[in-house]
Design a binder for this molecule. Structure first.
Ligand code: ADP
Ligand code: ZN
Length: 208
């Protein structure tokens, strides 16, 4: 099974992707998480990407496409994969079409005015990268590894506004792109995580 989760920053793609990929035993490929790991490990790629991310801009397509090409060849991708945060531009979607078929694109729809409040509650583990939401988890250390939690630099309000604008300009056109290919399904993301997940599983169950 090969899926794409589409949606604005703060739509809940990461939360849903973690559970859905686990449910089907497929790889969860978050390009944002891959980039943050490169930054934590201070690799050349991480150093090159950091400025873009902190400004709320997109990392150049060539970098992302190269990273994804390598990633889908890893062993855990043999049963399929779920892209979370990729593709984000038409150029990325065209590059993906040349290297992999896709079974379904799930668009997680959340009204723009809800996004800032959602993102402002996000906390992330400095050690392992696990994400939390202040409304559901109020401790200041990670329950998996004990490292302190922090607010991502790109989750600061000024940057979030830019990320939403970048989404509307560069990523939202993918909705029509995948609609035209007959691959798009939209779920209402403005509900509890469990309700959203139930809809996603009902749609994807047919692909097994
Ligand atoms: P969110 O979904 O909350 O916006 P992500 O973790 O997916 O956050 O991405 C964080 C940042 O990483 C983006 O703002 C962007 O700078 C960079 N990034 C992640 N994925 C891509 C991609 N496919 N193309 C370009 N930049 C990306
Ligand atoms: Zn942790």
């Amino acid at each position: 099974m090969k899926l794409i989760f589409l949606g604005p920053p703060g739509a809940g793609k990461g939360t849903q992707a973690e559970k859905v990929s686990e449910h089907y035993g497929i790889a969860h490929i978050s390009t944002g998480e891959m980039l943050r790991r490169e930054i934590r490990e201070e690799t050349p790629l991480g150093k090159a990407a950091k400025g873009y991310i902190d400004r709320g801009e997109l990392v150049p397509d060539e970098v992302i496409i190269g990273m994804v090409k390598n990633r889908i060849q890893e062993a855990d991708c043999s049963q399929g994969y779920l892209f979370d945060g990729f593709p984000r531009t038409i150029a990325q979607a065209d590059a993906l079409a040349a290297i992999s078929p896709i079974d379904m694109v799930i668009n997680i729809d959340v009204p723009a005015e809800r996004l800032i409040e959602r993102i402002s509650g996000r906390r992330m583990c400095t050690g392992c990268g696990t994400g939390y939401h202040a409304s559901m988890y109020d401790k200041d250390a990670c329950e998996k590894c004990g490292s302190p939690l922090f607010i991502r630099d790109d989750d600061k309000p000024e940057t979030v506004r830019n990320r939403i604008a970048v989404y509307e300009r560069q990523t939202q056109p993918l909705i029509t792109y995948y609609e035209a290919k007959g691959l798009l399904k939209t779920v209402d993301g403005d509900r509890t995580p469990e309700a959203v997940r139930a809809d996603i599983l009902a749609l994807t169950e047919k692909l097994v």
